[in-house]
Design a protein around this ligand. Structure first.
Ligand SMILES: [Zn+2]
Length: 116
């Protein structure tokens, strides 16, 4: 259960932030997930539901999952493009190898709204 451990670390992070802010409740959390992050979003939501409701601070927290489609950037022709396959090594526009992934593999707690 890969997603359960992710859900638990997200909850830990959220609780850390809540304690720093001395918050009694967290209203909402935004989680960014890239389509190539290797995460099953349904399983993640299911796990989060189970993890969050067992905690007093997190039990009414609304989860927003923000999904990012993959996006590549080519440093040679300076264009952004959506790759058609995952393990691409060349720009689909100019063929240069100097490319980087801008979005698609992220998995992070982006923000949270607390209630103090
Ligand atoms: Zn290019």
């Amino acid at each position: 259960m890969h997603e359960l451990s992710i859900a638990m670390s997200i909850a830990d992070l959220a609780l850390d932030e809540a304690s720093k802010a001395k918050a009694k409740r967290i209203k909402e959390i935004d989680i960014e997930v890239g389509e190539w992050a290797g995460v099953d979003c349904d399983a993640l939501l299911f796990s989060l539901d189970a993890v969050l409701k067992s905690d007093a601070i997190l039990k009414d927290t609304k989860v927003n999952l923000i999904k990012h489609p993959p996006l590549m950037h080519c440093n040679s022709c300076n264009s952004d493009f959506k790759p058609s396959v995952q393990y691409i090594r060349q720009c689909e526009k100019c063929g240069a190898a100097d490319i980087q992934l801008l979005h698609g593999r992220e998995l992070s707690l982006k923000s949270l709204i607390i209630d103090d």
